[in-house]
Design a protein around this ligand. Structure first.
Ligand code: ZN
Length: 247
């Protein structure tokens, strides 16, 4: 059975004729991401955007989503708190969540982390980023080498105000000497969360093979485990004692 992915994008830079994003991503960042995810036989990706009713994330869509990917930058504040509440509950119930680039400041990431998620940044057109894998056995790193280079990028650097990740898969280096935890995993409830920083909107970073590989791996890793049903209520009171495991 395929992993059902909803690729969410605020989809604002692309609609601005004076912004280069629309030329880099003619189908939108979400269109590019959904296209490469759909090249994987085990993934079924569709898209949702901010200006759709309920941001394209109705109860039906969320219930039918195994993994939600999120790209936002200029309109985080326009995302409704009611939708954020619903996404949080779905993650706690097992839906995977992948946060991309400037989604570090999204309402849903800050909600799931509980910290400011602030970082150091510098936007330069001629700068490259070296992404080092620091957890070679992690599923998100499968098929990737010890490092890869993003030729044109925006610098995101430490300190990144996040809770300690459950796993740090990638650390990036920049020519300014900065470093950054660029690929991090957390568990929240039954859900798995991955943050990946490469993906500035004016550079074709989501067209790069290694970046596509990381995001595809992350989707497969974050898909809900099929481990049976666990109660999610805060206080479960067992009225009937279970059968003892050993008699
Ligand atoms: Zn950016």
């Amino acid at each position: 059975m395929s992993v059902k992915v909803t690729v969410w994008n605020e989809f604002r830079h692309e609609k601005d004729p004076n912004h280069p994003c629309g030329r880099v991503y003619p189908k939108g960042i979400h269109g590019c991401i959904a296209d490469f995810l759909n090249q994987n036989d085990g993934i079924e990706a569709r898209t949702a955007t901010l200006d759709e009713p309920e941001h394209g994330l109705t109860d039906e869509v969320l219930e039918d989503t195994d993994v939600l990917t999120w790209w936002g930058h200029m309109a985080h504040h326009e995302v409704s708190d009611a939708v954020v509440d619903k996404i949080q509950q779905r993650v706690l119930n097992g839906m995977g969540l992948i946060l991309l680039h400037s989604a570090h400041f999204s309402k849903i990431f800050r909600r799931m982390m509980g910290t400011s998620c602030g970082l150091r940044w510098r936007e330069l057109a001629d700068e490259h980023e070296r992404v080092w894998c620091v957890d070679p056995s992690h599923p998100v790193a499968e098929g990737l080498g010890e490092c890869f280079v993003v030729p044109h990028t925006e610098m995101y650097g430490e300190h990144f105000d996040i809770p300690d990740p459950d796993a740090t898969v990638f650390i990036s280096w920049y020519k300014g000497g900065e470093v950054f935890r660029s690929g991090c995993c957390w568990h929240r409830g039954k859900g798995k969360i991955f943050y990946f920083s490469p993906g500035h909107e004016t550079f074709p970073i989501y067209k790069q093979e290694e970046v596509q590989k990381v995001i595809t791996n992350a989707v497969l890793w974050a898909a809900p485990a099929k481990n049976g049903v666990f109660p999610m209520t805060g206080s479960v009171h067992a009225k009937v004692p279970p059968e003892p495991y050993e008699k």
